[in-house]
Design a protein around this ligand. Sequence first.
Ligand code: GN1
Ligand code: MG
Length: 364
Amino acid sequence: MTIKEICSCFNIAGKYLGCKEIPTGNINSTYQVDFKDEGEKREYIVQRINKAVFKEPEKVMDNIIRVTHHVRMNIIKKGLSTKKFVLRAFVSKYDEEPYVIDDQGDYWRCYRFIANSITYDTCDDLLIIERAGRAFGRFQSCLEEFDAKTLFITIPDFHNTKVRYKALHDAIEKDPLKRVSRVIADVNKLLLFEKQATELQDYLDQDKIPTRVTHNDTKCNNVSFDRTTGEALAVLDLDTVMPGAIAHDFGDAIRFIANTLIEDDPNVDDVALDLDKYEAFTKGFVGELKNDLTCMEKKTLNLGVFAMTVELAVRFLTDYILGDVYFKTKYPGHNLDRARNQIALAEDIIRKKSKMDIILDKYL
Ligand code: GN1
Ligand code: MG
């Protein structure tokens, strides 16, 4: 089905004008769609959910609908605009489900595009970074009373770093494309990190840190900003909202936003953790949440930065070894570049750990 035909199945008012693909995500296919209604242009985001990754898209959408409903109620309580601060998913004309299934059995969904908003794949503006931190913190605090146990686990063990390491070991064992010999040095570095990077999972397994509703994909391009005022608006990409640890969200955000380079830049010698960016995000995120955090959660935030960076390195390298079957790639070796970039970042995080601790303490 064409994007126009998909759109015609959703309850969208007005006339379809056209669409363009947004190539940033590594998993789903995303299109920005224009409509004209009552003389005004209105924009929507239409996405095909990757079924190889999300095996049960209905459950992904069920989580999203319930979480956005809960966030919406809290946004109203805070006196903020629900059109700006929370995603709204459209339902099908035919059965009112928040998705449409096409003739190939693929699931599509449609969100309202937040008017006059923009997202940043990279960002050097410390105020924007601080606001991104505040937005993820606010998202978290809006979901404080939401019972994490009621969410579907749409990708089991998503941030279980131990399970991610197990998958790497299995991939090395299988070595289906004979790629392992090319990445021995990278594998060895990851093995050195394994004990420390899986410590956070130990704390979760032993209930030393609480399981909360977490976003689980806190890249800065998952926050929308007002183009004119620079204000942080809604948190986007709620596919992986599931039970998790706050340190996952903090760590994932820092590994992405405070990297001096974008996560797939092959110039690994220039990869480093930018402490100013680290501080800006920490100020926003921790500033929003510190009164809600347990002592152990506070202690494990920086461990989360290391764990999430290593976990991504492990996931990218595993996918490289298996033949690039999970993440979308733009060229052969793309996953290997991503893995090496994250390994270099992890090495710098080890070097800067004590400086990060001093900065974090300032905001706790
Ligand atoms: C994937 O497609 P995107 O950018 O939303 C991945 C995340 C990774 C990220 C790395 C469901 O997210 O876990 O951190 O790529 N999402 C899934 O860029 O695996
Ligand atoms: Mg995502």
